[in-house]
Write a protein that binds this ligand. Structure first.
Ligand SMILES: [Mn+2]
Length: 334
């Protein structure tokens, strides 16, 4: 029997069957051939900028593998809680664009490759959705928006990531917001869910405040909710969303470099992402710091995959103005 003779439509393609891609979506590693895709998933497997535990170079593959459990067909996913179907073929076309290249022992060139990759995805008119990698990758992915209209960064993290430099290293995973704050096209930063002693030094905290970072510590976020925590931003604001998995509680996200107790629950995170999707114009996002060697049960990768799909579903549901029409056609560019 040849391939032609087989009825491919009858295949079940269960989550453990077949090649791995993000949520089982089509793969396209030629970034010149992405036309028509709304979202391009890009892995950036760099972990050499981590100041403590490494392993996030295996993050993109682990999140892809975990996302297969949530793979969906053209009919999308029905959420009974709001009686809505998300991620249907009419709403959004997601393509897995593979990974940016990494040069071992050379973090700076690897980061430059990530910038080049994200620019290619933007030039193709897709919204880059990036899987890290340690958090240093965000200074590279945000840099790719330099010839676009200004962006505000919504940064969800246990830490401030505003370190200027340590021992001459200014591109570590504790510095992405500091480096982003220096970019002319970044109009501001909101940091949600920081907490605990030692998550920031007094000097770096003062620098973040001097820059104008809007900070909502985790316990205030929990008290007032997602809507009030983002009320300072105007509706339709162009935002890039950077999500460090260590924003979540180590009981549900143990597989990360620098854990911090008292973090977000799944529903708290989902509520924040839904608020962002409903009110703002999301032009890019990343999920960083998933470290599979510290995630023996795979629960951290599963959480990242689930939240990524929740977020994409909320952004593209019903063709929200400012997302599909704008980002997908590249009209958001200057
Ligand atoms: Mn971080």
């Amino acid at each position: 029997m040849t391939i032609k003779d087989r009825n491919m439509a009858d295949r079940m393609d269960l989550p453990f069957v077949g090649l791995v891609s993000f949520a089982g979506q089509a793969a396209c590693e030629d970034w010149n051939q992405l036309d028509g895709a709304d979202v391009a998933i890009l892995g950036v497997p760099i972990d050499t900028a981590s100041s403590y535990r490494v392993g996030t170079r295996f993050g993109p593959r682990a999140i892809r593998e975990a996302s297969m459990f949530h793979s969906f067909g053209t009919d999308g996913v029905f959420d009974f809680e709001d009686e809505t179907t998300y991620l249907s073929a009419e709403d959004v076309r997601i393509v897995d664009a593979g990974d940016s290249d990494v040069i071992y022992a050379d973090t700076k060139r690897s980061l430059a490759n990530a910038t080049t990759a994200v620019r290619a995805l933007l030039d193709a008119g897709t919204m880059p959705f990036i899987l890290g990698g340690d958090h240093s990758i965000t200074m590279a992915t945000v840099a790719a928006y330099s010839d676009e209209q200004p962006i505000h960064i919504i940064h969800i993290d246990a830490h401030f990531d505003f370190i200027d430099e340590r021992n001459g290293i200014s591109w570590g995973h504790g510095s992405p917001m500091r480096r982003s704050s220096e970019m002319a096209h970044v109009s501001g930063i909101t940091t949600l869910a920081p907490r605990n002693m030692a998550s920031v030094s007094r000097k770096d905290y003062q620098a973040a405040k001097a820059y104008g970072t809007h900070v909502v510590p985790l316990r205030r976020l929990r008290d007032q909710g997602a809507t009030a925590s983002l009320a300072h931003l105007p509706s339709g604001q162009r935002v890039y969303v950077s999500i460090d998995i260590d924003a979540f509680d180590p009981s549900i996200a143990p597989g990360t470099a620098t854990i911090s107790h008292g973090g977000l629950s799944y529903y708290e995170g989902k509520d924040i992402l839904r608020e962002i999707a409903q009110r703002f114009h999301v032009v890019g996002a990343d999920f960083v710091e998933v470290s599979p060697p510290y995630d023996p049960s795979g629960v951290t990768s599963l959480l990242a995959a689930r939240l990524a799909l929740d977020f994409l579903g909320a952004i593209y549901h019903g063709g929200q103005p400012g997302t599909r029409s704008d980002v997908g056609s590249g009209m958001g560019r200057l």
